[in-house]
Design a protein around this ligand. Structure first.
Ligand code: SRM
Ligand code: SF4
Length: 575
């Protein structure tokens, strides 16, 4: 590994993530910032983008691209108070494009913030006692935990670990506070010893690093898609320890078989007291062993694939100074969110609070002519007395509702045309990444395309009598996998405008990846290909058999095994 990836040099020269960001913000002749600084900006939670809908027209007119910035919040555990909701909503209207975007990693994104408003927006976010530090970049990013922290004591413990681990791995540089907050400490994220990075070192990690925490039987966080995962082992309502997984990830590049999605390996069991230490050591092993020469192979999944789980575990144990236990038994049932009302599991029945999981199409909180979701949520926040929780499926939980307040919330949602049920089991389990017009890497539409395709598929499901069946469907506008499409029973990955690769056969509980079934298919071809499979599924499935398991059993696609042979045994359908 003699040569280093360009990002490594940018990080090294950055003076702990400062670079020229502060100065670049003052240049008024351009809406952009310097290329090296765009890399560093990610560590501060923001990406420079341009509106791709108008890119060609502006190029023709010899105008600069329509630059703006996406901002992602760090929100471990995903909970915001009504007061915070109101502030976040204000920011969406004042500085962003009038929408809040709930992400597949259970936080918020703003789109369309122009350079001259970037600092003000960062300050407004921090004034809501939320920050954006390390929401992106080569660091431990936002930590996701099971979507219902208020459901039981164990769920709360998962949220607490998410917050503690996220805080423990925050970069210690003072750059963030210096650039965005003029060194004003709004919340306690400012470092005690600003100018050293005791865990990361000056080069931070070779690549992004993602941590999640699951509470079985729900695998809503898609534990096997992430670098580091903790699975709660619960006895008598308490977490007695965590099974630890390492080496999952989704991203790949079309046509490059040395890049691939991978499900995480089980590394072992640790006690609650050991959890943060074990996670920190996983991070430091990846810091030292990760590939800093070839960025496309720099994620932890490639390190684990290269050295093997036994060698990786041995190094983590050596650094911890203790051995991990054998993994305890657990089982997952699904990766989706149970849409609708749900009551806390702990406590006396009469005292248990209610939680409403709202399906938010592709996570976009906005007002339309028929459905005023943003207004409804604003009014619910104004009334107070609830919490909001962003889920890892881009949905939103209105949490901690009393039995008395329940009908009021329902009435408010109804008043603004917000439907609390989904039109089908397919839509309930649908997710699409942002893609066009903001994502620089999008090869095709996703968020703006999937809802219509689901409507078309609903007609086919209707004919097969499957409208209410839960089937996981996900789409991304490129192979990076932001909506975890390779863990969907039906997955689409963008190839070019209007064309997608179709993947089938992932397990409903998130334990097995899919396989490619057809390449470069358009909307019509997708429907033609899926109709007979859906009909066959309706006729031939065994009791309780999920779609992904059926297509593997029926030999429509081969199974991707635990060995992650994603690119092997592929037989493409003829179109
Ligand atoms: Fe992602 C890059 C959006 C979850 C894998 N992702 C991007 C960027 C920032 C494009 C870019 O680099 O210029 C996208 C911004 C689009 C926009 O306009 O907002 C983007 N990713 C998203 C979000 C917003 C999708 C969504 O619709 O919700 C999700 C934000 C999560 C968050 O809150 O932190 C999002 N991205 C994911 C996930 C899912 C997950 O983590 O559970 C993955 C797959 C898991 C994984 O990391 O392996 C994912 N995003 C990527 C990759 C591929 C990484 C790789 O290993 O190859 C990229 C590209 C990159 O890093 O070079 C990427
Ligand atoms: Fe953009 Fe690709 Fe991620 Fe979709 S999957 S948001 S197109 S990077």
């Amino acid at each position: 590994m003699s040569e280093r990836a360009k990002n490594e040099i940018v990080k090294e020269k950055s003076r702990l993530l400062r670079g020229g960001i502060a100065e670049g913000l003052t240049h008024v002749v351009t809406g952009a910032i310097d290329e090296d600084d765009t890399m560093l900006l990610k560590f501060h939670g923001s990406y420079m983008q341009d509106d791709r809908d108008v890119r060609a027209e502006r190029t023709k007119k010899k105008l600069e691209k329509a630059f703006s910035f996406m901002i992602r919040l760090r929100l471990p555990g995903g909970v915001v108070s009504p007061e915070q909701w109101l502030k976040l909503d204000d920011i969406a209207g004042t500085y962003a494009n009038g929408t809040l975007r709930l992400t597949t990693r259970a936080t918020f994104q703003y789109h369309g913030v122009i350079k001259s408003n970037l600092k003000r927006t960062m300050q407004a976010i921090n004034a809501a006692c939320i920050d954006t530090i390390a929401a992106c970049g080569d660091v431990n990013r936002n930590v996701m935990s099971a979507s219902h922290p208020f459901l039981s004591k164990a769920h709360k413990q998962a949220e607490e670990l998410a917050i503690a681990f996220s805080d423990h791995l925050l970069p210690r540089t003072g750059a963030y506070h210096e650039i965005w907050l003029d060194d004003q400490k709004v919340i306690d994220t400012a470092p005690a010893t600003p100018e050293s990075e005791p865990i990361y070192g000056p080069l931070y990690l070779p690549r992004k690093f993602k941590t999640v925490i699951a509470v079985p039987p729900d695998n809503d966080v898609d534990i096997f898609a992430h670098c580091l995962g903790y699975i709660a082992i619960v006895e008598k309502g308490e977490v007695v320890g965590w099974n630890v997984t390492v080496g999952g990830g989704m991203g790949m590049t079309h046509g490059e078989t040395d890049t691939f999605p991978r499900t995480a390996d089980m590394m072992g069991f640790c006690t609650p007291e050991q959890a943060i230490d074990v996670g920190e050591k996983v991070v430091t092993v990846q810091r030292d062993w990760g590939n800093r020469a070839v960025r496309k192979n720099a994620r932890l999944k490639y390190t684990v694939e290269r050295v093997g789980i036994d060698a990786f575990r041995a190094e983590v144990e050596k650094r911890c100074g203790f051995k991990l236990g054998a993994p305890r038994s657990y089982s997952f049932t699904s990766t989706g969110d149970p849409i609708g009302w749900r009551q806390s599991l702990d406590g006396k029945a009469a005292d248990r609070k209610w939680h409403l999981t709202l399906y938010v199409e592709n996570g976009r909180v906005k007002d339309t002519a028929t459905m005023k979701l943003r207004t409804a949520l604003r009014e619910i926040a104004q009334a107070g007395g609830v919490d909001f929780v962003v889920t890892s499926n881009q949905n939103l939980v209105i949490a901690n509702v009393t039995a008395k307040a329940k009908p009021k919330i329902e009435a408010l949602l109804e008043k603004h045309g917000v439907v609390t049920a989904t039109s089908s089991g397919l839509r309930r389990n649908a997710m699409a990444c942002v893609a066009l017009p903001t994502c620089a890497l999008a090869l095709s539409e996703s968020e703006r395309f999937l809802p219509g395709l689901v409507t078309d598929l609903e007609d086919i499901l209707d004919k097969a009598g499957l409208r209410e069946d839960d089937i996981v469907i996900r789409m991304t506008g490129c192979p990076n996998g932001c909506a975890r499409p390779y863990l969907a029973e039906i997955g689409f990955v963008g190839r070019a405008p209007g064309l997608y690769n179709l993947y089938l056969g992932a397990a409903f509980d998130g334990t097995r990846l899919s396989k490619i079934y057809a390449q470069d298919v358009n909307r019509e071809q997708i429907l033609t290909l899926l109709e007979p499979i859906i009909k066959r599924y309706a006729k031939e499935r065994t009791s309780g058999e999920h779609f992904g398991n059926f297509v593997v059993r029926a030999g429509i696609v081969a199974a991707t095994t635990a060995g992650n042979n994603f690119h092997e045994n592929v037989v493409l359908a003829k179109v």
